[in-house]
Design a protein around this ligand. Sequence first.
Ligand code: ZN
Length: 152
Amino acid sequence: MARRFVVKLGEDVLRKRSKEVTEFDDKLGSLLDDMTETMILEDGVGLAAPQVGILKRAVVISPNGKDFYEFVNPVILSASGKQICSEGCLSVPNVRGEVERPKKIEVAAQDRHGRKFTFKAEGFFANICCHEFDHLDGILFIDKMITHKKSK
Ligand code: ZN
């Protein structure tokens, strides 16, 4: 595993649509491993491939620093409820703001081997999923912010 450089706001790669993953090979595995390591070292709860400069639909999430999840080609199948989430982003340093997200979602995705699965998330986990999946379409939380504040 290796730490990768996290791309910051202003880089074009954060604004592009990522491509579907079609090759479930060692290269994808290494990318996911590196993303997880980078997320841990950067003290994040999620990281999307474009944040390390790779336009592939792949995301890693760890809501608590203990459990680690990988989503390849994620799609939100259904969403319900609403929650206001206080968000930040490793690619947008020193900014936090509130974003309205669904409270519950159901996701279809693939694992690193290409196996399909569905996943239900709610609360904070659903919040992270929505934030990270948005990265795959070039959307940042600052595009959706209701309130905005500079953080330290
Ligand atoms: Zn982010």
